[in-house]
Design a protein around this ligand. Structure first.
Ligand code: ADP
Ligand code: MG
Length: 294
């Protein structure tokens, strides 16, 4: 992802297509307002490109259109206009090509309680994507792959975890299972929609550090959706600020935080608990990164 331009929606910021990227191009998404004749524009001509090994943070208050962008990428919603492209080609609407896309692009949802089926074991949750996408190494059994995934997200001993059901795990452990499931197909891009906002404050950094480590190790392109500027700054190469469907500001993370141009970004920063907190939060993040991610 280029760090060259910081202005919102400027022509020189138009992303390039191709080259192993996930591109969101001029996407508009309108919803009909129930019981009324009008529509609301949840996403208004938004463009960006996710590249392997890079994280873009999508920041904005509730209702600004962040989850609509996530759902549109995942093909859970169709854009009103504009398109989503992978490796320079429009995302297929159906069939085996759509299945291949789902292998490449996975999502971690906000709510680890709702995203796992209470009736199924952890093993069952992980087996499905592995079988569906044939995602085992040569000579590796599905069970071995399940154990490997659990260890990758620091759920150990994995043999103790596989037989459990979601309610037997903590919120943080469940979110680690959800992350393992997102990695299971051998994904290249991860869309994380407020992945820690429902977790206890004390365990959020551990989960974010885990995501950061996995991203490095697997060279994932990550869209990190959050309303927390401190973690957006620390964990992302670039920040896009959304306000009522528009990307109002974008640029390298430090630049957006230290030298905000748009009034809305300034307001968001002013609303953060304490301007110095952004600095001390970074130290906290660094310290815990240095320690471990478990
Ligand atoms: P965010 O994730 O930033 O909180 P959303 O993308 O969920 O925002 O929502 C953006 C806007 O679109 C909001 O005004 C929301 O009410 C509206 N919206 C989202 N989903 C739907 C839907 N399925 N039908 C109608 N309106 C929707
Ligand atoms: Mg949302």
């Amino acid at each position: 992802m280029s760090h060259a331009s910081t202005s919102a929606q400027s022509p020189e910021h138009r992303p390039q297509s191709g080259g192993g990227s996930l591109e969101f191009r001029n996407v508009v998404k309108e919803y009909k307002v129930r019981g009324a004749q009008r529509t609301i524009r949840a996403v208004n001509d938004v463009s960006f490109t996710l590249s392997p090994g890079k994280t873009i943070a999508l920041v904005g208050e509730s209702g600004s259109g962040k989850s609509t962008i996530a759902k549109t990428i995942l093909q859970l919603e169709r854009p009103t206009s504009g398109e989503v492209l992978i490796d320079g080609k429009a995302v297929p609407r159906r069939g085996s090509a759509l299945k291949r896309y789902r292998k490449d692009v996975q999502m971690v949802f906000q709510d680890p309680f709702a995203s796992l089926n209470p009736f199924h074991t952890i093993e069952h949750h992980l087996e499905r994507p592995i079988r569906l996408h044939g995602a085992t190494s040569p000579g590796q059994s599905v069970h071995e792959r399940v154990l490997e995934l659990l260890e990758r997200v620091n759920l150990k001993p994995a043999e103790d975890i596989v037989g459990r059901r979601p309610h037997e795990l903590s919120g943080g452990q469940r979110q680690r299972v959800a992350i393992a499931r997102a990695l299971a197909p051998g994904s290249r891009f991860l869309i994380a929609d407020e992945p820690v906002s429902m977790l206890d404050v004390s365990i959020r950094l551990g989960v974010l550090n885990l995501l950061a480590r996995l991203q490095r190790e697997e060279n994932l392109g990550v869209l990190y959706i959050t309303h927390d500027l401190a973690t957006a700054r620390h964990f992302s190469d670039e920040i896009m600020v959304m306000y009522r469907g528009d990307v109002v500001e974008r640029g390298p993370s430090d630049e957006v935080i230290l030298n905000p141009q748009h009034e809305y970004t300034k307001t968001l920063l002013a609303a953060a608990p304490d301007p110095d907190k952004l600095g001390s939060m970074r130290d906290e993040v660094r310290a815990s990164l240095a320690a471990s991610d478990s």
